[in-house]
Design a protein around this ligand. Sequence first.
Ligand code: G3H
Ligand code: ZN
Length: 287
Amino acid sequence: MLVNAKDMLQKAKAGKYAVGQFNINNLEWTKAVLLTAEELKSPVILGVSEGAGKYMTGYKTVAAMVKAMMEELNITVPVALHLDHGSYEGCYKCVEAGFSSIMFDGSHLPFEENVAKTKELIQVCAEKGMSLEAEVGSIGGEEDGVVGMGECADPEECKKIADLGVTMLAAGIGNIHGVYPENWKGLSFETLEAISKLTGDMPLVLHGGTGIPEDMIKKAISMGVAKINVNTECQLSFAAATREYIEAGKDQKGKGYDPRKLLLPGTEAIKATVKEKMELFGSVGKA
Ligand code: G3H
Ligand code: ZN
């Protein structure tokens, strides 16, 4: 059964570890993430961007696939199905489709509008037993058409949004979506410390989890980050393994065409990446 992300994230915050959000794109992605979470007895969040939702033909299809797959794979660990970087309209569609969690990304809006819409969606989520993630400041780079300038969040604004009663708060602290550029300055721990102090028990979310050095991940967790989003890294692993399989002629030297065989190396590579991240985030055995 799907759960919202509240309980798993509050436990993570108190226990000083983080739950991974792994974005899904199709059946193979979903299966790889669910099986790894079950094998490692780790809670997990399946992230669905608006682009990926469209690709999978719509949020209802996604929710039905995830629920049926969990049943048929006998998944017993807590799993939240979460809209990633949702628009106002996208949030309502996911509420209707049966997601257990949503992110309303109002970071590009004037702050007062972000507050008003977040407030309204908190109410909707409360009625449905869902969790809600809000964003303050913006995550740099681009993910599935969502472009951010990467400015650090204002801690006072974070407090105002946290006080509305969101379940988790994403704050820009110098993190970037996609592959980090070589001249990246690193996370702003100064900003994270200020946000942490003002928001108390609020589980903080670190987006752009791909390629952040391990020591920064561990430090961020020790300072209150309880959810870390990973998307690009699974895509890179999937692409590399698929390319290697074909280029090495393992597909019957170019004659193979069974999609189940062609997709297998990439699926196994996603599992390995998810395992590595769950071990790094400390969520193994926490289900
Ligand atoms: O919202 C999803 C993420 O923040 C993932 O970022 O693609 O850099 O891993 P990433
Ligand atoms: Zn993100």
